[in-house]
Design a protein around this ligand. Structure first.
Ligand code: NAD
Length: 468
């Protein structure tokens, strides 16, 4: 057995883990990352990056379809799903090389192998085979894995999101189980690429952690785009025979069946905490997630946890922040406290949904209905929106700002094409506790979609320009 000693040992090289490693190295620590697969983790190889690339392929196809509306003669010859996948692979390989170079340039040691926690005479360590990587501190950053429901097993034509991204074809008919972010993004991309799509969701609406106005607008838009929604329905089971899948759906005790080429299961992701040896270091879990205090310290001495294994929104950028936060805390700095409500959330469907802060019902629950004011501005009257969405069958969407009466902005909710890029302004407003009157005089560029946000702030400040 060989022991290797570092200031920080990070288990998992995804968004949370590599961010912790980079920041710790920048702050002068010696750092090792233990990674079973590839640096970059789910987000780079199987999540955020390839799904956004798939959605971009769909967007380009849609742009060609709509070209005639804006006077460009173009015909969509077809979709080459294998070529689209090859492009995604090349893109990911390039980003992986860039990340690996950055990690090497910071002097970080990367160990390829599956690690388990070990106790090195009172110090936390990660064992890989016969070697032990001992840290003054250890960061757990092992992420999350797709889960399924009883009666539905992954394999063959029953896909998790990783298998869905590996397809070299666009499904002709597909059932998507789960109307959360993953389900909606795949449904949106595949529909644009020509598939017949049905989303089956147990709750009464899609993306239920978003503001009800955003969920309702998304449902309407997806229906108009020809996506079938089976809401308030559960998948009771699915069988596949190599050529197709039969999906059994239950609603109010009535069972029906849908035939499809594939079933995508997107009912959430479970924290990857099994087989890590958490007990060895006295690390507690709650509902499978690693239990931490507000500074991401676990119950194990000098062991921290970041990203999707910590209960809360599973977002790559939350992982980045967690990683940097822990590295700074270990270095004795005092980073700003973490607040899950301040991470921007974007669902990259058509239309996009973006939000930050509290939804209207959350604001009312927290502050009482008498104190909450809301301003909605439709994007239909926004010139830039009309230009970029020319030929679209979806409605143009809206911006919605939630504020306290005479007080700060506490939530921003956006629906529409490309609105994900606008949410940063909402994030600054909510995080800096800006009052609408602080932002109202800051005129927004014309023509831009951000003008709709400017208009909402103007209206809340009592000086609307275009709204009534
Ligand atoms: P999710 O929790 O967002 O949605 C899962 C949905 O499945 C829920 O609406 C749930 O009600 C439904 N469901 C569960 N069991 C069901 C059943 N038996 N029958 C029918 N419906 C059922 O999970 P997800 O979409 O798998 O995403 C996993 C995580 O990854 C989320 O935290 C998500 O935010 C994150 N993610 C984020 C992005 C992004 O930020 N753009 C993209 C992809 C994934």
């Amino acid at each position: 057995m060989t022991d290797h000693t570092f200031d920080l040992v990070v288990l998992g090289g995804g968004s949370g883990g590599y961010a912790a490693a980079l920041r710790a190295a920048e702050l002068g620590s010696s750092v090792a990352i233990i990674e079973a697969d590839l640096l970059g983790g789910t987000c780079l190889h199987r999540g955020c990056v390839p799904t956004k690339a798939l959605l971009h392929t769909a967007e380009v196809a849609e742009t060609v379809r709509r070209a005639g509306t804006v006077g460009v003669e173009a015909t969509l010859g077809g979709i080459d799903a294998a070529a689209a996948r090859a492009w995604r692979t090349k893109l990911i390989d390039g980003k992986h090389r860039g990340l690996s170079s950055l990690v090497a340039a910071r002097g970080i040691t990367v160990v390829t192998g599956r690690g388990v926690l070990a106790d090195a005479d009172g110090r936390p360590a990660v064992a890989v085979g016969e070697d032990r990587w001992i840290g003054t501190d250890v960061v757990l950053a092992t992420g999350a894995v797709p889960r399924t429901v009883p009666g539905v097993e992954f394999g063959g034509r029953i896909l998790d999101s990783t298998a869905a991204l590996a397809l070299d074809e666009t499904p002709g008919r597909v059932v998507v189980l789960g109307g959360g972010v993953i389900g909606v993004e795949f449904a949106s991309a595949w529909r644009t690429l020509g598939a017949e799509v049905t989303i089956v969701e147990a709750l009464d609406g899609l993306i239920q952690n978003e503001d009800p106005s955003s969920s309702a607008a998304l449902e309407k838009a997806l229906r108009r785009r020809g996506i079938a929604l089976e809401l308030g329905a559960r998948v009771a089971g699915a069988t596949e025979n190599g050529e197709g899948v039969t999906v059994s759906i239950e609603r109010e005790e009535v069972t029906s069946h849908i035939e499809a080429d594939y079933l995508l299961v997107a009912v959430g992701r479970s924290p990857a905490t099994g087989e890590l040896g958490l007990d060895t270091l006295g690390i507690d879990t709650q509902r499978g997630f690693v239990a931490t205090d507000d500074t991401l310290r676990t119950t194990g001495a000098h062991v921290w946890a970041v990203g999707d294994i910590v209960a809360g929104p599973q977002l790559a950028h939350r992982g980045f922040r967690h990683g940097a936060f822990v590295a700074e805390t270990i270095a004795g700095l005092s980073p700003s406290p973490l607040d899950d409500a301040l991470f921007p959330r974007v669902t990259y469907s058509t239309p996009e949904i973006a939000s930050v802060g509290l939804t209207e019902p959350q604001a009312i629950a927290a502050h009482g209905s008498g104190r909450v004011v809301v301003q909605e501005v439709p994007l239909s009257s926004n010139a830039k929106t009309e230009i970029v969405s020319a030929g679209s069958t979806a409605r143009s969407g809206f911006v919605k700002v939630v504020a306290l009466d005479g007080g700060p902005v506490i939530g921003v909710h956006l629906v529409g094409e490309r609105v994900g890029e606008l949410i940063t302004e909402g994030q600054l407003a909510v995080a800096w506790e800006a009052h609408p009157a602080d932002i109202a005089p800051l005129v927004h560029a014309h023509p831009s979609q951000s003008e709709a946000l400017g208009e909402a702030f103007l209206a809340l400040a009592g000086s609307p320009l275009h709204t009534m």
